[in-house]
Design a protein. Structure first.
Lengths: 121, 121
DNA sequence: CTGGATCCCGAATGATACTG
DNA sequence: CAGTATCATTCGGGATCCAG
């Protein structure tokens, strides 16, 4: 994810930070608490390990996500939202979630999409 | 802006709706009230009329923005945020704006960017 | 061996320049 | 302004590497 040199507004910077295809869902899933890479891979349907790692890495660089590595066996790493940046972005995503649900209900496509929606609100 | 067929979550749908390079800033500017195309073009530095029109069109298709055409002379068109969808997304953008400002302050790059930031909070 | 992480490359998409 | 061409980025597959 390449960042621009200039932004007219701080908002644009943040928008770029979360603009990847999988970033919103990853954050949304992380809102439920710490998890491992493999658990994330299971919960987010369609994502590959590679994409997951790439997006997690970027989210860590910007400061939304942090990770903790436990040495020992079996090897274990946990990812979680940072405080306050990670927690704050969730509030923005929550609004988007609300808009999305309303939009789908209005257009009668709610069931179709809400059924798949495994990550709870 | 091509939309996907499936989304795992309504949030992703909305994220895609506003994912273009200029969409957040256009919405942010519209928050200040109705305006014409040319006024938008002036206020959003670096945008071309073509990009502006393309993104406005998409924002109208999704329902964030509406336009009103005044017949008469000179010909006049005004764009504005829809209610409630347009107004709601502003709340999400406001959070991003806040995160962005905090981030820039922490990294000592606040002045540099905040100076350019012509659109008021 | 297992789970976590990186590299290389082609295909799809987005942004912008160019043109009528 | 719309249509097309061009250029930069992003996505995703697959191989591969690294560390307990």
């Amino acid at each position: 994810m390449k960042m621009r040199e200039d932004y007219t507004c701080p908002l644009e910077l943040v928008h770029d930070m979360i603009k990847g295809k999988w970033k919103p869902i990853i954050l949304w899933r992380l809102r439920l608490g710490k998890t491992s890479l493999s658990k994330l891979e299971q919960d987010i349907q369609g994502i590959t390990q590679k994409m997951l790692l790439q997006h997690l890495k970027e989210l860590m660089e910007y400061g939304f996500v942090e990770k903790q590595t436990y040495s020992g066996y079996p090897l274990h790493v946990e990812y979680y939202l940072s405080d306050p940046m990670g927690k704050e972005i969730i509030e923005a995503l929550r609004i988007m979630q609300h808009i999305g649900i309303t939009y789908l209900e209005k257009n009668g496509k709610a069931e179709e999409l809400l059924k798949k929606h495994i990550i709870p609100d």
